[in-house]
Ligand binder design. Structure first.
Ligand code: ATP
Length: 453
């Protein structure tokens, strides 16, 4: 059972150190959040799972980590300066500003007035000045998507890796959008992370690859614990497609506030590489692109038989890390009745995503022998590099189990007086709550198996 309300998740996230409001002690900054001690682990684990499946488990994808600050020319040529905007309306009565396409019945959500201005485009890109003189002559954009930096590195990657089509470039990193109305916790924020793959293919094979990536991405979300029944595919109607897209399928998820986009899988055709290429007349480009006089590159591949240069098509699965974190938290959240009016909150996260992989708990807080042994076990398990293992030295076993259920720790290992005699510990399973005695020597194998489950 997923969380019933966003408030339940927000409360758990704050209480247990997953997610905090940015600069809370100064009243916050709208549309920005920070990941706390457990949030950073969960987020890293989700990103690592994506990287493994996109780069390590494939033989046709390379990685990249590029700059956030972007030369304005890139975003001019890509069409973002002209078209990366949302329709903005002002309420003439209370001065609130809204996204026109988010309004119900054309009424101001704040005061209910229908006295609204006509929608006008509001560009979502953040600008910042570069260098010591802030006179507006030298500025850069904070990238609104990681993708453009992949396109501008296309030739560098090809030249350094000798890749031929089809192949992809994967990147995880921050993106910035000056959203008109950031809302719904980490769902719509102004600074977020994206996991993007640009997969370059020959024109003609693009539709086949588009179908492949939609299916593959849905399967990946299922592997992260997102149930099929919470996912839906939306084939974006032609009139709503982004300027670069021939077809986009949005992977929609039932967030606590409603069904919304978790990931978009777009067929960006040869628009972006074509836009960033010079001498477009020599090149076969199907998309309508503006003339580019500033680029000094030809972002194309040469056909070995015909010697012709062609700009590849690109399929882009683009997922939001923050929306992913929200989805897996929502799916994992569960309040279980234990009988006799008792209940527990448990995060049934897939073990590979759990912020803490195992908690080692000495039965008595102040018993040096038990505590020392607990640290010895912790160090052994930590040495496996499977993720964070910690000693929970609270002296209260029941409380420790409840705390670790709530943050999704797959196993708790209790060290008691019998451990000192026979080298066995109690393993308590988060999901079944069953406890069994195991040899310390078997713990490494047990943890490995658990994390592969
Ligand atoms: P939306 O329609 O919800 O604004 P979008 O279609 O503009 O999203 P894309 O440009 O396709 O989003 O970006 C790819 C992914 O990046 C989205 O699927 C989403 O997961 C994430 N993303 C986009 N904007 C935001 C945001 N403001 N906050 C958090 N994640 C975002």
């Amino acid at each position: 059972m997923a969380a019933k309300t966003m408030e339940e998740l927000v409360s758990l996230c704050k209480r247990r150190g997953f997610i905090f409001q940015t600069n809370e002690i100064y009243g916050g900054l709208q549309g920005l959040f920070d990941y706390g001690p457990l949030g950073v682990e969960l987020k890293n684990n989700l990103k690592q799972a994506w990287w493994s499946s996109m780069v390590y488990e494939r033989d046709d994808v390379e990685g990249l980590d590029s700059s956030i600050l972007t030369n304005p020319e890139v975003l001019k040529q890509s069409g973002h300066e002209d078209t990366f905007s949302d329709p903005l309306v002002d309420c003439r009565d209370c001065n609130a500003r809204w996204r026109a396409d988010h309004l119900e019945d054309n009424k101001c959500p704040s005061c209910g007035s229908e006295n609204l201005t006509e929608p006008r485009p509001f560009n979502l890109m953040f600008k910042t000045s570069v260098g010591p003189v802030d006179d507006g002559s030298s500025f850069a954009y904070l990238r609104p998507e990681t993708a453009q930096q992949i396109f501008t590195n296309f030739k560098n990657v090809i030249d350094s890796t000798s890749r031929s089509l089809p192949f992809g470039i994967a990147q995880i990193g921050k993106a910035f959008r000056n959203e008109v109305t950031p809302r719904n916790f980490i769902f719509r924020v102004r600074e977020f992370e994206q996991m993007e793959l640009e997969f370059f293919v020959e024109k003609g094979s693009d539709e086949k690859w588009h179908d492949f990536w939609v299916k593959s991405r849905v399967d990946w979300w299922k592997d992260q614990g997102v149930s099929e029944s919470s996912l839906e595919l939306l084939h974006v109607p032609k009139e709503e497609l982004s300027h670069y897209s021939k077809a986009t399928v949005d992977i929609m998820y039932k967030f606590p506030h409603g069904l919304e986009e978790l990931e978009g899988v777009a067929n960006r055709t040869d628009f972006d590489l074509g836009s960033h290429s010079k001498n477009q007349k020599d090149l076969k480009i199907t998309a309508k692109v503006r003339e580019n006089k500033t680029s000094n590159s030809k972002l194309a591949v040469q056909n070995r038989e015909t010697n012709e240069w062609a700009v590849p098509f690109v399929i882009e699965p683009s997922a939001g890390v923050d929306r992913g974190v929200l989805a897996v938290l929502n799916e994992a959240y569960n309040v279980e009745g234990l009988g006799e009016g008792k209940q527990r909150t448990v995060l049934s996260l897939k073990p590979h995503l759990s912020p803490i992989k195992a908690a080692v708990i000495p039965l008595k807080k102040n018993n040096e022998e038990l505590v020392n042994l607990a640290y010895k076990i912790k160090n052994q398990l930590q040495g496996l590099r499977l993720g964070r293992v910690l000693v929970e030295n609270s002296g209260n076993i029941g409380k420790s189990y409840r705390r670790h259920d709530e943050v999704g720790t797959p196993i708790c290992i209790t060290v008691d007086f019998q451990t000192l005699e026979d080298g066995t510990v109690t393993i308590r399973d988060r999901d079944t709550m069953e406890q069994e005695r195991k040899d310390i020597a078997d713990l490494a194998q047990l943890l490995k198996e658990k994390l592969l489950a």
